[in-house]
Design a protein around this ligand. Structure first.
Ligand code: 5GP
Ligand code: ZN
Length: 141
């Protein structure tokens, strides 16, 4: 399954170039063209899925199995002391390429990426209502 208009399908097929760092029968990883830090890498399945909303669990399981060795290599070669694994789902999350991908973003104490949680709080009872909603939504699947 591939999508003719999808840039990552074209990269997977080799019809547009990318600096590949990993290949397997089901997945490839390559350097992000606009890195947040040197070594910023993208891991994608060869098959076209938009995001974690439509990828079958077994495909996602195989794909995420490639994360540990890739993460170790990215950290080693970039000299990072930390790493963000990021998967954007939907435009409002910042997803720009609608072919499932994981970002591996090298981090250091000194970097200026500025990605820090801006944590909120629940009002009275809102957390329990959220828990009940999620339990029901999962049961319905
Ligand atoms: P998203 O915002 O969808 O989670 O991330 C898409 C990522 O793909 C961005 O970080 C962007 O720099 C990268 N990207 C977009 N087009 C290309 C391309 O043609 N080649 C490579 N190597 N990366 C790309
Ligand atoms: Zn695609």
């Amino acid at each position: 399954m591939s999508d003719n208009s999808c840039i990552f399908c074209k990269i997977a097929a080799g019809s547009i170039p990318a600096l590949r760092v990993f290949e397997s029968p089901d997945a490839i990883a390559f350097l992000d063209i606009a890195p947040l830090a040197p070594g910023h890498t993208l891991l994608i399945p060869r098959q076209h899925f938009q995001s974690i909303l439509d990828v079958p669990p077994d495909v996602l399981g195989r794909l995420s199995g490639h994360l540990p060795p890739l993460a170790r290599a990215v950290m080693k070669v970039s000299g990072a002391t930390g790493l963000n694994v990021l998967q954007n789902t939907g435009e409002s999350s910042g997803q720009a390429v609608f072919h499932l991908h994981f970002h591996l973003i090298p981090r250091t104490e000194e970097d200026q990426l500025g990605f820090r949680w801006n944590a909120g709080t629940y009002g009275p009872g809102e957390d329990k209502a959220m828990q009940a909603g999620l339990l029901m939504a999962l049961k319905a699947q």
